[in-house]
Write a protein that binds this ligand. Structure first.
Ligand SMILES: [Zn+2]
Length: 158
């Protein structure tokens, strides 16, 4: 069986926080506010997988997210979700993600993000897509108030 999952995540951008996207630390005057390391992209990687297998959401899978997982690297959350995926006999076929961020330009970081996600999901690079777009100067993205990410994933138990 093939199953699909999707996820959308938003984090506030503020000065004094790190900007970590897809496990890549990006120099910028503003960073992503949130639980763990604020890695908005890896959060949608996690929650799209959780959605594909109807596991609830991150909070349901890890009830103590607010305490135990505060400050945790999001890549560790992905690993935990992947162990659930494998426990259920599934593997990832491909994933397609989009990052909505006004600044900085992300082009030079995209390959490293794809490589990080490929390793975490145990698939080849060609099956990992990461795209970046801006908010055209309007809305929460365009005004640099937030980073938004979306992911869609396919898993199979064949
Ligand atoms: Zn998040």
């Amino acid at each position: 069986m093939i199953r699909i999952g999707q996820s959308n995540d938003t984090h506030r951008l503020e000065e004094g926080y790190k900007l970590i996207i897809g496990a890549v630390s990006i120099p910028h005057y503003k960073g992503s506010v949130g639980h763990s390391d604020g890695d908005c992209l890896l959060h949608t990687v996690c929650e799209s997988l959780i959605g594909a297998l109807s596991l609830g959401d991150l909070g349901k899978l890890f009830p103590d997210t607010s305490v135990k997982f505060k400050g945790i690297e999001s890549s560790l959350l992905v690993k935990k979700v992947m162990s659930e995926v494998k426990n259920k006999g599934y593997r990832v076929l491909n994933i397609d993600s989009t990052i909505f961020l006004e600044r900085p330009k992300l082009q030079e970081y995209i390959m490293e993000m794809r490589q990080n996600i490929a390793v975490l999901l145990e698939i080849e690079l060609e099956f990992v897509s990461v795209k970046a777009t801006t908010g055209e100067g309007i809305g929460i993205v365009g005004k640099e108030e937030a980073i938004v990410t979306e992911s869609v994933v396919l898993v199979t138990n064949d």
